[in-house]
Ligand binder design. Structure first.
Ligand code: UDP
Ligand code: MG
Length: 168
């Protein structure tokens, strides 16, 4: 199995419940490398792109409210890229099943997840399920310069018309 990159998102419930350290400790059991990390304020647009494949599901609106922090009154997630041998499988197994009730109790979702009365699976963490998904998600959440490895091909662009902020 080759070395791979995978996206992990500690969802708003993970941050709100002060589980960030616990989740990172569990993830460190894999001995994979963190090659990117940032706290992100999730816009509705980013949420809809991230979960585009679920747009027709009855729980989609609640899911967008969940990942944007609307359900928890805290609009932050921690996004990370882990890299190494079989990274996708290792992290996916450690995260556990989507439904926290069905997740093995010793997995991250088994330990910390719950089902809301609304039916939403509040499962504290997102992980990529396969290489194509990982690539799509990493490119959605991170710019090339955010990542300390050259994961995917890049191209150079000159954007003098782009307005950006620098420290005053
Ligand atoms: N989800 C839910 N109810 C469902 C299926 C999914 O609330 O019946 C939520 C859950 O938070 C899950 C997310 O939608 O993590 C994305 O769903 P997906 O099927 O992609 O599961 P995952 O890849 O996160 O295990
Ligand atoms: Mg998924």
């Amino acid at each position: 199995m080759a070395e791979q990159a995978t996206l992990v998102i500690i969802k708003p419930d993970g941050l709100k419940k002060s589980l960030t350290g616990n989740i990172l400790t569990r993830l460190s059991e894999t001995r994979l490398k963190i090659v990117a990390a940032k706290v992100v304020r999730v816009s509705r647009e980013l949420a809809e792109k991230h979960y585009a494949h679920l747009a027709k599901k009855p729980f989609f609106e609640e899911l967008v409210r969940y990942i944007t922090g609307d359900l928890h009154g805290d609009n932050r997630v921690l996004a990370l890229v882990y890299w190494g041998e079989n990274a996708i499988g290792k992290i996916h197994d450690l995260a556990g099943a989507t439904n926290p009730e069905q997740a093995v109790p010793t997995t991250i979702r088994g330990q910390y997840g719950r089902i809301l009365t609304s039916g939403v699976f509040e499962n504290v963490i997102h992980t990529s399920s396969e290489p194509e998904e990982a690539e799509r998600e990493i490119k959605l959440w991170f710019e090339p310069h955010d990542i300390v490895l050259d994961l995917y091909p890049v191209r150079e662009v000159l954007t003098p018309e782009r307005k950006s902020q620098v420290w005053a």
